[in-house]
Design a protein. Structure first.
Length: 151
């Protein structure tokens, strides 16, 4: 099982903070957001990571290197220009040969990923999504589900 982490965006909504630092590398406490995310995947049994990088990618590559010091193996899917979600995922295609989990590199999670993976396999699902319900008026990130949890 691999984790594909999309970490190549420009982070324009957080400028000027992201002028010299990619958004996944912004500090949260004493560590970058991306390190928290990699720790979380490792603690949930996923120890192989593909980082999709572009904007200021050397910052990420120099910090994480091959991942050994974080207890994971890291490969880099590199784009020479920032891509949207599907484009970033496409750059990781050559690293993926089986079921994988995909997440944004600026996210923080606190749920049992291992349980979600087990449920995905048990149900033989094509796609499994982790969603969090809250009320919002935002024009993006909104997903509607049926009473049987179908998207």
């Amino acid at each position: 099982m691999k984790a594909v982490i999309l970490a190549g965006g420009l982070g324009t909504r957080l400028q000027p903070y992201t002028t010299f630092l990619p958004k996944p590398m912004l500090p949260l406490g004493e560590k970058p957001i991306l390190e928290h995310l990699i720790d979380w995947t490792r603690k949930n049994g996923v120890k192989s990571v593909v980082l999709c990088v572009s904007y200021l990618r050397k910052t990420i590559e120099d910090y994480f290197e091959d991942g050994k010091r974080f207890g994971v193996s890291i490969e880099y899917a590199v784009s020479n220009r920032p891509l949207a979600t599907a484009g970033q995922l496409k750059t990781a295609e050559k690293f993926i040969d089986d079921t994988f989990v995909c997440m944004y590199g600026d996210s923080i999670f606190d749920f049992n990923l291992r349980n979600m993976i087990n449920q995905h396999k048990k149900k033989k699902s094509f796609v499994t999504m982790s969603l969090y319900e809250y009320k919002t008026n935002l024009p993006y990130g909104v997903i509607e589900t049926t009473k049987t949890d179908k998207v």
